[in-house]
Design a protein around this ligand. Structure first.
Ligand code: GLU
Length: 315
């Protein structure tokens, strides 16, 4: 007898109900992860936080849990820094940074030495530092080029969390080392302290689960900001950012994310996983405890289940 087919995913499901169900089934997974070391007054130091948000292209938003609690954007900002740099210098950027998954931890130095100071991709720290160096070169206001873009996408001004910024500055030795190594190969042109300072300020911008879902929508909408109708990136460049997120956006677990979720994502150490589904919506899950690769445990599980329930895989 032929096996009975799996139940068809529901594309017209009540999104609020699906989010509630996904949250209920996955938030407990946070229990086995560990929260990244950080000041205890930050909400991202609280292991029980959990938020989930979907932002549709027409502006409708669906949220559950702590979706409006602020936390530092951390590595997710690399998507917006890359976008800002592509707006300024286009694909010339890729003369200085590659487009391959690294398969190594996000802050590894080893590969960088072998590969003569050229980072594998813009989403590992080395790549993001080169992007910051390019912003320092090409933008009148390098911080504003990214923060302003994020503000336009979210519809409110981006601000830096001072506590997160101090902690980032104090913990930046490895990023300084990465910067100096690349500088010795001629792939960082500005003083390393300046480049790292821009990077840590960008990592310390406050966001919420809801605002990240909203900010991701331009990538689901061929590069257009649905809030204003303005083109953020050309359609081909938006596709390329999506390709980089799919292949390199979730530390060295990007293959598994593509396999399980099937849509582009970017994660950060504060526990956010932001993604987008072409033609449908921006999405974000937030839960601070991380797995061994540095991705949010419950966030990853939530997006996996959401992908199955709503048929989100593009592959
Ligand atoms: N501030 C962090 C660092 O560069 C960001 C890391 C992350 O979110 O992956 O060390």
């Amino acid at each position: 007898m032929a096996p009975s087919p799996a139940p068809a995913p529901d594309r017209t499901a009540d999104l609020e109900a699906v989010l509630a169900e996904v949250a209920e089934q996955t938030r407990h997974l946070a229990e086995e992860g560990r929260v990244q070391e950080q000041p205890e007054e930050l909400p991202s130091a609280e292991p029980t936080r959990f938020g989930l948000a979907l932002a549709e292209l027409d502006g409708t938003e669906h949220v559950t849990g702590d979706a409006d609690v602020g936390f530092a954007i951390q590595s997710v900002v690399k998507v917006f820094a890359l976008t800002a740099a592509l707006r300024l210098v286009g694909e010339d950027l890729f003369e200085r940074v590659g487009r391959e998954p690294s398969g190594d931890p996000f802050n590894s130095l080893i590969q960088l030495e072998h590969e003569k100071g050229v980072p594998r991709n813009p989403f590992i720290n080395a790549g993001a530092l080169v992007v910051c160096d390019v912003l320092l070169e090409a933008a009148d206001d390098p911080y504003g080029a990214v923060a302003g873009l994020l503000g336009d996408l979210v519809g409110e001004e981006a601000t830096v969390d001072r506590t997160a910024l101090e902690a980032e500055r104090e913990g930046s030795s490895l990023n300084q080392a990465i910067g100096h190594l690349m500088s010795s190969f001629g792939n960082v042109h500005h003083p390393v302290e300046e480049v790292v300072e821009l990077y840590v300020r960008l990592c310390s911008i406050t966001v919420t689960t809801r605002t990240l879902a909203r900010a991701a929508r331009f990538l689901a909408d061929d590069g257009v900001n649905p809030l204003t109708g303005a083109a953020v990136l050309s359609e081909p460049l938006a596709r390329r950012v999506n390709a980089l997120m799919l292949t390199c956006g979730t530390y060295d677990a990007a293959g598994q994310f593509a396999y399980d979720l099937g849509f582009p994502c970017k994660s950060g150490v504060a526990g956010a996983v932001m993604g987008d589904v072409t033609g449908r919506f921006g999405v974000c899950a937030w839960s601070p405890p991380l797995d061994e690769k540095g991705n949010s445990r419950a966030g990853r599980a939530a997006l996996h289940l959401l992908s199955e329930r709503l048929d989100l895989s593009l592959l």
